[in-house]
Design a protein around this ligand. Sequence first.
Ligand code: NAD
Ligand code: MG
Length: 393
Amino acid sequence: MQTITLLGATGSIGVSTLDVIARHPDRYSVFALTAHSQVEKLAAQCQQFNPHYAVVGDQQSASQLKTILGDSGCATEVLWGRDSLSQVASDSAVDTVMAAIVGAAGLVPTLAAVQAGKKILLANKESLVMAGGLFMQAVADSGSVLLPIDSEHNAIFQCLPEDYKTSTNSSGVKKLLLSASGGPFRGWSAEQMAAVTPDQACAHPNWSMGRKISVDSATLMNKGLELIEACWLFAMPASNIEVVVHPQSIIHSLVQYVDGSVLAQLGNPDMRTPIAHALAWPERIDAGVADLDLFEIAQFNFEKPDLDCFPCLGIAAEAAKVGRNAPTILNAANEIAVQAFLDQRISFMQIANVVEQTLNGQQLTEPESLAAVQECDEQARLYSSAYIKRLEK
Ligand code: NAD
Ligand code: MG
């Protein structure tokens, strides 16, 4: 029996994870579920899965949750606040932690799980983007097993040799080909995108996801974050990773070898496949996903990304090459800019502008501690928030 803490249980990845877990009650038990503010949804999940703990963001949400659970006779203990997230992620009773909080808020509890040597199912790509060096060092130090949930990285993981450690060993891996759907605005001009609304940006053609990652997918910043994520996960320089736009989202990514072989992982666009893969790895379990029907799909297309219309991808690729704290700044500025776009304070095309200006306005340093990463994140947020205020005038 694997005991699991699910950070971000009420989100899109959280719900898909619980769907897979519910199919295998003989294999998985839930130790803790966490959510930021969706108390009723979390309460329903507690009633179904009976975790030891439920964690919410603040005291008020905690008392609401306690009342609902008390009335229904559910024995789950309710905790609140950031330290409680780290506590349930590192508790000695836990084997596996699904890291599915969105954004920088996921870093500290995910690192706590890594430091406690847990098996980590990593959906929260932002933590690797923000603090990749520290994160991977902590994984090496604790011996924790790190399995990617992002569909592209999970695909690459599945296509790499079992003993793969770094790109410089004798595995024969030449290049990683990172799939991108192109998002809802593939083929649009910058003029057409000038007036898009948050709802249009969040209506992804193939995937159903949370709003932040949906906007990131529409700007292609998501692919930029994933490029940085892939560099860290697979010890691969950015120059050996190529983004391939594949609008059908069936080939989730590919690995090119020196002998000319290219291995790919295919499947319907349903996050339950990478979640089930990582949960059961190295075994395979049913994920509830429909069989792939190649005859219905009939064709696959591939294009190069349009960096003129989607500048975020180029900005992120540059940050990956520059390294140091550039990815930390990029991530922080992007989170602020995406929220400002969702709040209708800036336009879609201004997201790239905010990120670029923030990168230009911050000093490059080597963040050598978690505190340094957090300080850099904070400064970049202040800078981009101030820049957005100026844009609004
Ligand atoms: P979501 O917005 O649907 O859910 C986010 C979860 O995080 C919720 O449970 C929310 O309560 C929690 N949360 C938000 N802010 C928090 C805070 N400050 N403190 C603690 N908890 C907080 O997001 P999602 O689409 O499920 O994505 C989660 C992560 O997985 C992101 O990092 C995303 O990039 C990654 N990811 C998602 C998908 C997908 O298909 N949705 C695919 C690949 C990677
Ligand atoms: Mg992805």
